[in-house]
Write a protein that binds this ligand. Sequence first.
Ligand code: G3I
Length: 455
Amino acid sequence: MLMLSTRRTSPPRARRALGAGLAGLLALTGVTALAGTADAATTLASAAAAKGRYFGTAVAANHLGEAQYVSTLNTEFDSVTPENEMKWDAVEATRNSFNFSAADRIVSHAQSRGMKVRGHTLVWHSQLPSWVGGLSATDLRSAMNNHINQVMGHYKGKIHSWDVVNEAFQDGSSGARRSSPFQDKLGNGFIEEAFRTARAADPAAKLCYNDYNTDGINAKSNAVYNMVKDFKARGVPIDCVGFQSHFNSASPVPSDYQANLQRFADLGVEVQITELDIEGSGTSQATSYGNVVKACLAVTRCTGITVWGITDKYSWRASGTPLLFDSNYNKKPAYTAVLSALGGSSGGGDGGGSAACTATYAKAEEWSDRFNGRVTITAGTSAISTWSVTVTLTPPQKISTTWNGTPSWDSSGTVMTMKPNGNGSLAAGASTSFGFTVMKNGTSTPPVIGACTAS
Ligand code: G3I
């Protein structure tokens, strides 16, 4: 997969010059500049790949029109999980009438970028249309199997892992199965039946059981463990167990997280961290994220990590700011901790490395058809030798002129990456600025300024 990146950490001068020349050449030919191995470990995906893992995120189809959402997705991640679009209520709201349009948009985006796709999820008590609950046992069995066959058939060959059954166990100490139409009418055997149907529907897909509050060793994870052990002993097809890993102060990363992943791996299944998010901020959030990544890396069969969203602003629990990018797509200390735990390089951002910068935007002059913007770059507590920042417009706005910087553009002309033009070297705390003129083309929305990165 090719990575689009705006971030480099102290590249050799010759490589930098070559990169600039290549970017210019590509721009002349109308091709977006793509970074290759020079950026090998400066993104989550490339750093994880160097460790033989994927690094994914949940994606919502309705954000795929937002330039910064997409550029962050494309730059940092190599696996996606549709956050809601493959759930039963989304694809089969009416019996045997399937609508794959939103999920298809995510899958085709991923495929066009060489990203993996996790399928989520086939049999789950939640986001289940009410008609399912009204069926008799015989009818429900055939509806469940039909749902699996139709959905997996539609995506056959395109999904690396499916969450075949999701959240089938109760919380607490009982170790019992959760009440659901499937459990209540079909009994314990519904899980096994779903996995057998799934294997036949797409033999190439890995078949996972996925749950939450199973991240440490406890009654619920013991119950799942016993089920997986039984499945392996009896040849029921199961390839992986997903650990959702939704954490907060009331439910922190368990101290036996790694040991728990390991005991499942020892049963002969892959383990995947499937919905990671950790409420909090700053160093404590970063430390927790780093610990999760280290635990996965320490378990050979832990094959990948998926975070449950890209930016805090679209998280299912946004007020807990649980993700790696803040609402303005700035990399958080948690991002730096994850990258560093993956063995990547943390040249800038808020949380690590000594070189850092901030970017602030101010509107200057405005006319009926255009306005000028100015971005001030300020070095952090150490001197920096270069900086980079993105400016994202609202289409059909266009930038007509820039000054005091070296711009490059994404293929749509919506995202400008600005680098220094002789003003890259800043003492600790010192500032410089660049400017640009935005042609409104009918919209006066201010541009969104991305994270400032420095080295
Ligand atoms: O799309 C509609 C919108 O049209 C409507 O105006 C709005 C008003 O309620 O609702 C929107 O749908 C919401 C949907 O997310 C999309 O944003 C649903 O109400 C809301 O219930 C749904 O929440 C999802 C939740 O699963 C439902 O159980 C979250 O986005 C999603 O992150 C969350 O994901 C689950 C995993 O699938 C399984 N593990 C737990 C995880 C977190 O709860």
